[in-house]
Design a protein around this ligand. Sequence first.
Ligand code: SAM
Length: 298
Amino acid sequence: MEPVTDDPATQPPTSGGRPLLGAADIRRLAAELDVRPTKTLGQNFVIDGNTIRRIVAAAKLDPQDTVLEVGPGLGSLTLGLLDVARHVVAVEIDPVLAGRLPRTIEEFRPGHGGRLDVVLSDALKVTSLPAEPTALVANLPYNVAVPVVLHLLENFPSLRTGLVMVQDEVADRLAAGPGSKTYGVPSVKAAWYGQLRKAGVIGMNVFWPAPKIHSGLVGFERREPPATTAKREDVFAVVDAAFAQRRKTLRAALAGWAGGAARAEEALRAAGIDPQARGEKLAIEDFARIAEAGRGAA
Ligand code: SAM
C-alpha cells in the first residue's frame, strides 16, 4: 500500500513532483548556517510537505499572483509558493536566513530564482516592495502576527487575498465575529480591511523546533472599508477605547475618548447604539458610526 504521509524520514516531500524541504534538509541548512532558532523572532521552521501543500492549497492563489511572504526562514513555504504563483517577494528580518534563501531556491528550483525577491527588512516597518503584492501568504512569527497583518493590509492596498498561519488562539481571534467570546481588537480592526475566515488547525510536530501550542490558518479576502467620513485612525481609537475596558458599558468605556460619559452617551445615541451595550457586540460599521458621531459631538 502507498504510504499516506511523506514522512521526511522515509521519503523527501514534494509539491507537484518538485522537491520541498524535509526535516533532513532543514537540519542540514541549519547546521550549515549555525542557526539557533530564537523565540524572539518566532523561528519555527516547517519540516512537513503536507503542511506546505495544505497552506498553498488553502491560499487559493491565481497563477498571476505576486505573493508577499513574511518570514521565509529557510524557504519551506517559499518553494511551495513559487510552484503556483508568478512571483514571490519574501521579507525576512534575519540576515543569515535572508542571505541563504536565493541559493536554496536555486538548489531546489534551478532557474526559478528570478521569480523571487528577498527583502531584508522588518515586516512591521516595510512600506515599499520591489513588486506590487496581490496575496499575503506566510507562516508568521507568532509574537508579532497581528500587528504585521494590520500593517501590511494598511500599507499594501494591492493585497486582495491572503492566508496566514498564526498561533491557533490568534487565528480564532482574527476570524471572530461580534458577540463571540474571542471577538476583540484584532477581529474588529482586521474586519476594517476584509473578511477573515478560519481555515484549519495545524499540529506542533510539523515544525522544528516544535512549538508548545497549536497553530491555525486564517484566510482573508479584501473588501471596501465601511462607508464613513471618519478616518481609519479615529475609528481604531474608538475600538481601542471600547475594548480597553471590555466589561464596562460603552457609555463608561468611551468616557475618556469622548471627554466625559455624557458626551460618550450623546455620540452613541447619535450613532444609533445603545449606551448600555458593550463593545463586543458591535461590528466595525458600528464603530465607524460612533467615530463619526463623536467628531460631531466634540
Ligand atoms: N516560513 C518559514 C517556515 O514556514 O518554515 C519560517 C517561519 S517562522 C514561524 C517565522 C519567520 O519570520 C522566521 O524566519 C523569522 O526570522 C522571521 N521574522 C521574525 N520577525 C520578523 C519580522 N518582524 N519581519 C520579517 N521577518 C520576521
